[in-house]
Ligand binder design. Structure first.
Ligand code: ZN
Length: 244
């Protein structure tokens, strides 16, 4: 079975659409595993939720998903994120709000634990350093954990000697699941922050036990033009050009 691992679509319909096309081009997947933040920042929150719901998928809640429906406070958001969150809330249909409100914080699927931020703090914690990742291996029972939130593709491994190693997840890495426990971040579909503006996602093949990262170019300008039209904050518009 093959599974697509996606995260942080952030209402970027152009990016999400090319990722779904790429998944099809590669023969399709049994199911999409989505790590949250489907909305927020970008110009198409309703369309992205609708498109995701047309797929066979499982999904956990992200901080932007819960903030847009009033479940968590935007006081912890930076000013641009808070502005985009309030705009996003006005774009959601009652069905969107109901869908987001039912998203779990944690999903156990086969050998994997799915969360948005970290197994210790599913909504808020960013796993950006090896020391933070190492602490988090105590907070999930499965062999592998999938996280998003930082928008940076990363792999943290934890071996039997309790050694934790973190590295960037790049498209030329053949990541084969073996004995080590792993925390894997597939990067962000709709707002990459690793200096590469292309949409990022991963495919897991349970037969070969391999996880591969994919980077897909999309029409960044079309997303930016929609954001400008809706009056969304310019720093959120320009960062898409640079993947920062
Ligand atoms: Zn995010």
């Amino acid at each position: 079975m093959r599974y697509a691992i996606i995260s942080d679509i952030h209402a970027n319909l152009a990016a999400f659409s090319v990722v779904l096309d790429d998944i099809k081009r590669q023969g399709g997947t049994e199911q999409i595993w989505c790590l949250g933040d489907t909305i927020g920042y970008g110009p198409d929150p309703h369309a992205c939720i609708e498109l995701l719901r047309q797929t066979n998928h499982i999904c956990v809640a992200g901080n932007h998903d819960l903030a847009a429906i009033g479940r968590i406070d935007t006081a912890a958001f930076n000013p641009d994120a808070a502005v985009s969150c309030h705009w996003t809330a006005q774009q959601l249909s009652p069905a969107d709000v109901e869908y987001l409100g039912k998203l779990p914080l944690v999903i156990q699927k086969d050998d994997f634990t799915l969360v948005h931020g970290s197994p210790r703090e599913p909504i808020w914690e960013y796993l950006t350093s090896t020391s933070l990742a190492k602490e988090n291996f105590a907070y999930f029972k499965s062999q592998f954990c999938l996280v998003g939130h930082s928008h940076v593709p990363l792999v943290f491994s934890y071996d039997e000697n309790s050694t934790c190693i973190g590295r960037r997840f790049l498209t030329d890495i053949q990541l084969t699941l073996g004995r080590d426990r792993l925390i894997i971040n597939p990067g962000s579909v709709g707002q990459p922050r690793d200096g590469d503006p292309r949409a990022s996602y991963a495919i897991y093949d349970s037969a070969t036990r391999q996880v591969r990262l994919h980077r897909i170019p999309y029409d960044i300008t079309s997303t930016q033009n929609k954001m400008i039209k809706h009056g969304l904050p310019m720093p959120l518009v320009t960062r898409l050009s640079y993947g920062t």
